[in-house]
Design a protein around this ligand. Sequence first.
Ligand SMILES: NC(=O)c1ccc[n+]([C@@H]2O[C@H](COP(=O)([O-])OP(=O)(O)OC[C@H]3O[C@@H](n4cnc5c(N)ncnc54)[C@H](OP(=O)(O)O)[C@@H]3O)[C@@H](O)[C@H]2O)c1
Length: 263
Amino acid sequence: MIKVEKSFVEQMFSLKDKVALVTGATGALGGAVAKAFAYQGAKVVLTGRNLGKLQEIKAEFALDSLGCEIISGDPAIESDASKIIEYAASKLGRLDILAVCHGYNKPKDILEQSVEEWQTIMDADLKSVYVISKLSASQMVKQKSGGKIIITSSARSKMGMKGYTGYCASKGGCDLMVQSMASDLAPHGITVNSVNPTVFRSDLTEWMFDKESAVYQNFLKRLPIGRLGEVEDFVGLFSFLASKASDFLTAGNYDATGGYWGN
Ligand SMILES: NC(=O)c1ccc[n+]([C@@H]2O[C@H](COP(=O)([O-])OP(=O)(O)OC[C@H]3O[C@@H](n4cnc5c(N)ncnc54)[C@H](OP(=O)(O)O)[C@@H]3O)[C@@H](O)[C@H]2O)c1
């Protein structure tokens, strides 16, 4: 007897009635992930530090007949993160999914960079992930029905690069934090995974997409798939990791790189 139920397969990617919090929702990836979750049936809460931009995105969602809640705050500040999660839980009754999509980088040679500049990157890309994940997990544990935490790391978590002492260290930290959090949270039915992309199009990376440029051509030499990423390339993996199709997967750092290799 083959052990796969039709009803399971038909519903395995559905997020109907789930409540999802997306950080960095004002950014290229976060906005796309939030919208994908909403199309999958989730009730979504969008957060970022920029309230004006969150309001613009809420209006954009409405044009597509999608609802969302918005709340501004800095995920690295414990009181802000706490306010964000309390808002999600009180407005929508619970929190089932956290997608961490915020991030920051300001590359600089170690000899030029101040310790404060390095710390800013570490706080934006590592401390914030710890704080928002910890508080989200506490809410999920209280609810006693599991949960899904998905962290945006980077292909740079495993490859150092000139000027990237902060970014690579923080993303490497995210990968190991994912594995450690997964162990802490498994007894509570909460899975924790990361998505590790290579370069995709956003305001900050748009300049790399000039096909005539040496930067683009250099990337292509190490990109078997033959192009850089677009946000739509990643929403499937986020949706999968947020859904019950991935219930057995935890502590994973999933490369989403088009086969990118080398440095
Ligand atoms: N783009 C790429 O090629 C690429 C490649 C690999 C990995 N990633 C990772 O993918 C994630 C999303 O990247 P993206 O390209 O979508 O970025 P993005 O468009 O620049 O958006 C990132 C969002 O993060 C928030 N943010 C910026 N600085 C922050 C800080 N100091 N503290 C907290 N939040 C901050 C901003 O929102 P607010 O100002 O509203 O807070 C911003 O909208 C990041 O984790 C990034 O490291 C990106």
